[in-house]
Design a protein. Structure first.
Length: 638
């Protein structure tokens, strides 16, 4: 170590970086892989900040094969003149913790990073850091080692025509539990930044794998929305608007798709606010007001109609909200920077969104009508469901009624760990099932005729349907948002219908019902379809022998080895089996085959569910075949 004399100012300097090495968590949160990548974010944020100030439109991140990271920008280059302290500014920026944040030329600071501080923190936690500033025609270069000790003062490496800053650092393995950089993590971050800053070109190069990707989006967050909605069905082109008021810049891109879920992603100064905050609140309030005012103005909502609720209006919405807030008014709620607290942001985003969205709706009336219409349907369905729910939550008297109505043949004892509920089509099958079952743990609920096609009539009518209400009460776990699988009275719910089209239709209606209002039942693998045999084969001879077949192939196979006078009966319905046969072939856990219902891609199924309810049986059947995987579930294997 050269025998450098340390003035009191440099003592402060060393203490500063020493403090970071002693308690890194105070500055970067942790020293695991999250903290490690935080170093990268700090340096990238400085480049982003420079780009946001209008300098440089390309940033490159290189993951070295020596655990180093290099970040390069084309900004003005880190200042490297004489600092007030007599040191080179470059030295000061990377060795003093609170070097004042970036001074702009009158512009306000907008970077989300601790820039100015970021560089010094990274330096403190690196075994080596090199900074090169291309500025005023010269290449200025400085190297630090072991947590920020200057190896040699700033030197000029030569001439240059370009401007910009390059920082290369190697995280200290004594501080970090891992120094392995994650390509995808860094890629996602720079991609997100590219979306947030129109036209900014972001490159990532991984020397370990020679993988290289570039991101540049001339339409910024509009392309972000398009990528999120890529495999959905948007119902209009992305709506984009931006405006700056006071010290707040607002940018919004939004798009509705024909689904139900809502996805709002918000940022402040390019940093994702995962817990939302005042900017999101302003956006939501303005959207609700804009749609309701529009609805009333164009008579889509009658005077007496109540206001539509935000959550209904946002059904199917994807929105990116990106605000830039001047440091002087920037505040967060709570410890993390995940929730914006700046009150001004609420009213600015509200004002901008209300004005711009109202203009948009005025120029896109059909879209407005579609969204308002959908919200009205959702509102009515929920209102009706609330009413129906009180109705469906049968009072004592009605419950007894159901029991007394002889509909449900309950299991002998309540044991939700083993009990099975058979939903049986028709009374005759119901009768045989009641007689044939093992009443200790098997309950039978005969369903008369076709339960309502719920997809067509929406929630309210479905719940008026006694069959549905009985089923909800029998299962005992309520339905919809209040469904609670822990209250489910049965380990297995087995749909037992005839093997004909009607039976398949009932299966689909029940599956649709469970999918819509008791989805956790399916996800928890409790929904099954019984598999009655298709054929009864009676071999005549010394003694009569009855064999059952479930498929044509099985039947043919049996007939090959059966005497000529064998009788084959094709079952047309469960009702043709007597209680013993039904028990032996379809209900006895020892001998039956059950099909466990799993819906492979829930969201895909969500999209396709209307296919089920369409009247095109063929489409319905091939939906069943392609979406609902009927896995033959042997009892042991489940
Ligand atoms: C690879 C990481 O760090 N880029 C940076 C600049 C530009 C300026 C600056 C940075 C002065 C004392 C605050 C230049 N000219 N990339 C980077 N580019 N910092 S960091 O100024 C630092 C201020 O601390 C810069 C005129 N104004 C600002």
């Amino acid at each position: 170590m050269e025998n450098k004399t340390y003035g009191d100012s440099s003592i402060t300097i060393l203490e500063g970086l020493e403090a970071v090495r002693k308690r890194p968590g105070m500055y970067i949160g942790s020293t695991d892989d999250r903290g490690l990548h935080h170093l990268v974010w700090e340096i990238i944020d400085n480049s982003i900040d420079e780009a946001l100030s209008g300098y440089g439109d390309e940033i490159t991140v290189i993951i070295g094969n020596d655990t180093s990271i290099t970040v390069m920008d084309a900004g003005r280059g880190v200042p490297c003149g004489k600092h007030a302290s007599g040191k080179n500014t470059m030295e000061v920026i990377y060795t003093i913790l609170h070097a004042g944040g970036k001074f702009g030329d009158g512009g306000y600071k907008t970077s989300g990073g601790l820039h100015g501080v970021g560089g010094a923190v990274v330096n403190a936690l690196s075994t080596r850091m090199e900074v090169t500033s291309y500025r005023e025609g010269k290449i200025h270069h400085i190297v630090f080692e072991n947590g920020g000790k200057i190896i040699h003062p700033v030197e000029i490496l030569g001439d240059t025509k370009k401007t910009g800053t390059t920082v290369k650092f190697m995280p200290d393995p004594q501080i970090f539990s891992t120094t392995l950089f994650d390509y995808d993590k860094i890629k996602e971050r720079i991609k997100e930044n590219a979306y947030l800053i129109k036209n900014l070109k972001m490159n990532i190069i991984d020397k370990r794998t020679n993988k290289k990707e570039t991101f540049q989006f001339e339409r910024g967050i509009s392309e972000y929305v398009e990528s999120i909605d890529a495999n959905k069905h948007p119902i209009h082109k992305v709506c984009f608007f931006e405006q700056a008021i006071d010290k707040i810049e607002v940018e919004v891109a939004m798009q509705f798709v024909d689904m139900y879920d809502e996805k709002i992603i918000s940022f402040v100064n390019n940093v994702h606010t995962r817990d939302g905050g005042t900017h999101e609140q302003g956006f939501k309030m303005a959207l609700t007001r804009a749609f309701n005012d529009f609805g009333r103005k164009f008579n889509l909502l009658k005077e007496k109609d109540p206001n539509l609720e935000g959550s209904d209006l946002r059904s199917g919405l994807t929105a990116i909200i990106s605000v830039r807030v001047d440091e002087s008014v920037l505040e967060f709620e709570g410890q993390t920077k995940g929730k914006l607290g700046t009150p001004l942001a609420r009213q600015v985003v509200d004002q901008v969104t209300y004005d711009k969205l109202t203009d948009y709706l005025t120029n896109n009336k059909d879209l407005a009508e579609k969204i308002i219409g959908k919200a009205i349907v959702e509102y009515n369905a929920r209102a009706a469901a609330r009413k129906a729910r009180t109705q469906a939550r049968l009072d004592k008297k009605q419950k007894n009624e159901i029991n007394l109505s002889g509909k449900l043949s309950p299991a002998g004892e309540r044991n939700r760990e083993i009990n099975e509920l058979f939903l049986v089509e028709g009374d005759s099958a119901g009768g045989s099932a009641k007689k044939g079952r093992d009443r200790r743990f098997q309950a039978i609920l005969p369903l008369r005729g076709k339960i309502l096609n719920i997809e067509k009539t929406g929630e309210d009518n479905a719940l008026k349907n006694q069959e549905i209400a009985t089923m909800i009460y029998t299962i005992g776990a309520d339905y919809g948002d209040s469904f609670d699988i822990k209250k489910c009275n049965y380990k297995k719910i087995i749909i037992m219908t005839d093997a004909d089209d009607d039976g398949a239709h009932i299966q689909v209606l029940l599956l649709t019902f469970f999918f819509r209002y008791m989805r956790p039942l399916i996800e928890d693998g409790r929904v099954y379809v019984a598999l009655p045999p298709l054929f009864k084969i009676v071999k005549r001879g010394k003694k009569e022998e009855t064999i059952y077949a479930w498929t044509n192939e099985e039947k043919e196979e049996i007939l090959k080895h059966a005497p000529a006078n064998t009788i084959v009966q094709r079952y047309k319905g469960l009702g043709e089996m007597n209680a013993d046969q039904l028990w032996d072939t379809t209900m006895n856990p020892e001998t039956r085959n059950l099909i466990r219902v799993t819906i492979d891609d829930l969201s895909d199924a969500e999209k396709q569910i209307d296919t089920l309810m369409g009247d095109d049986a063929a489409r319905r059947r091939n939906w069943l075949e392609s979406n609902v995987s009927f896995t033959l579930e042997d009892e042991e294997g489940e």
